[in-house]
Design a protein around this ligand. Structure first.
Ligand code: NDP
Length: 452
């Protein structure tokens, strides 16, 4: 850390003391960009750090809705419009009881750099509500989404702010919100991404985050002349990202052996094959069941209630559930058991101690900002198709996604090699590389656009 980063970090701590996840995300970025700040005095002269940590706009609103029995509930809705230096605000909506302003600020802050890395013209934003779709009927989810969008529609638009899905927001929720937006605004535009194929969605968007994370892992392995063939993989989560990640691992000859939800994890030593994955997708997406049912359906598999999968020996780990799901001790266990690669499908799944453990062990570590950027990149491709009013084939989109992930890897790799002192010989610090590459483009754009 330099005097400049230390000083601004202290200001951020003083102003945002009640937002630990946000502070964690800022500290992670600041701890890696010192070399580029030292080499370019213009960033300090223009107060770029002071400005980049402050959202351009934060909207907080009441979301009233009635359940199936007519009982009234009130949730809190948010949209953090963080940074529009390189394009309209872009980032997902999260519906989960844990949602609060600090969590959305951490996600929005990360999104700025992630979107910059994709090379597409997208600013950073994030939003959501402390609403839990689990256990709600379709009617209840629809009424909630309609109420949420009734306020949000004033603040978003295809050239202003384009939300997408995240935890708890999938095709169903996007559909209800799009319907309400269209009704209120009387316009059919690409205001949301993650839409269904019949009405403006892009092929491969549901797959993109999981597929992209695997492509990033492939690229990291290729720097060592290695690939995913035969690798035993531990995966957390069983939602959108985890499902398609497990699919792509299978297609590339790897062997995923775990998946999880917030109640526990399943371990299948024979591997979660494509056939078994289909069963899981039906369980999670149609029946909205729990992962523990897998152990009843497939003899040989075990379910571990209340535990996370990081003590299962593996070659590669793919956290795909939520933030801070791997702490320092769990990262150390992964490494001790032989894990040589971690690629993050979830956002900030490893805490700062865990990240330090990966870096000290010099394993291949693809941080979320780079590794899971395929989701938002394909959202960017959905926006392009909507603007041009055309539709690319699955092969075309997948090929573009593959190319984008290759570029993100190259960009992070090259910036790490240029600026990060510990990236030498066999080791590349992708955390530093991704943060620096993402930062420079946004910071330079902010300087170009004056004091706004
Ligand atoms: P989903 O809602 O589809 O799935 C989330 C999965 O994570 C579920 O299995 C869920 O279990 C589990 N989970 C959620 N919260 C917790 C928790 N507190 N503890 C343990 N498990 C938990 O979300 P996604 O798959 O879309 O998102 C997963 C991660 O990927 C998030 O960090 C998200 O920000 C990130 N991400 C998603 C992108 C996308 O395109 N969807 C893009 C980039 C990043 P349960 O069912 O029990 O809640």
């Amino acid at each position: 850390m330099s005097d400049y980063t230390t000083r601004v970090l202290e200001q951020v701590r003083a102003k945002n003391a009640a937002e630990p996840e946000f502070l964690q995300a800022v500290q992670e970025v600041f701890s890696t960009i010192t070399p580029v700040l030292a080499a370019n005095k213009k960033y300090e002269d223009n107060c770029i750090l002071e400005r980049i940590v402050e959202p351009e706009r934060t909207i907080i609103f009441r979301v009233p809705w009635a359940d199936d029995n007519g009982k009234i509930h009130v949730n809190r809705g948010y949209r953090v419009e963080y940074n529009s230096a390189i394009g309209p605000y872009k980032g997902g909506l999260r519906f989960h009881p844990s949602v609060n302003l600090g969590i959305l600020k951490f996600l929005g802050f990360e999104q700025i750099f992630k979107n910059s890395l994709t090379t597409l013209p997208m600013g950073g934003g994030k939003g959501g509500a402390d609403f839990d779709p689990k256990g709600k009927s379709n009617g209840e989810v629809m009424r909630f989404c309609q109420s949420f969008m009734t306020e949000l529609q004033r603040h978003i638009g295809p050239d202003t702010d384009v939300p997408a899905g995240d935890i708890g927001v999938g095709a169903r929720e996007i559909g209800y919100m799009f319907g309400q937006y269209k009704r209120l605004r009387n316009e059919f535009t690409g205001v949301l991404t993650g839409k269904s194929l019949n009405w403006g969605g892009s092929l491969i968007r549901p797959e993109a985050t999981g597929f992209g994370t695997v492509y990033f892992a492939q690229n990291m392995l290729a720097t060592k002349g290695d690939d995913l063939q035969g690798k035993v993989c531990v995966v957390s989560g069983s939602g959108n990202v985890a499902q398609y990640l497990v699919k792509k691992l299978n297609e590339l000859g790897a062997k995923p052996v775990t998946m999880s939800d917030s109640n526990g994890y399943i371990f299948d030593p024979e591997g979660i094959s494509l056939e078994k994955l289909e069963w899981i997708m039906e369980l999670k997406n149609e029946r909205r069941g729990r992962i523990k049912e897998y152990a009843d359906a497939f003899p040989g598999a075990q379910y571990f209630e209340g535990q996370r999968p990081w003590n299962v020996p593996c070659d590669c780990a793919f956290p795909c559930a939520t933030q801070n799901e791997i702490n320092g001790a769990e990262a150390a266990t992964l490494i001790k058991n032989g894990c040589k690669l971690v690629a993050e499908g979830a956002n900030m799944p490893t805490d700062l101690d865990g990240i330090n453990a990966y870096l000290q062990a010099k394993i291949l570590y693809g941080p979320a900002k780079a590794a899971n950027a395929g989701g938002v990149a394909t959202s960017g491709l959905e926006m392009s198709q909507n603007s041009m009013r055309l539709k690319w084939s699955a092969e075309e989109v997948d090929e573009k996604l593959f190319g984008i992930m290759k570029n993100i890897h190259e960009n992070a790799y090259n910036h790490a090699r240029e600026y990060s002192p510990d990236s030498a010989g066999d080791f590349t610090n992708y955390v530093a590389g991704a943060n620096i590459a993402g930062f420079v483009k946004v910071a330079d754009s902010m300087i170009d656009q004056g004091l706004v």
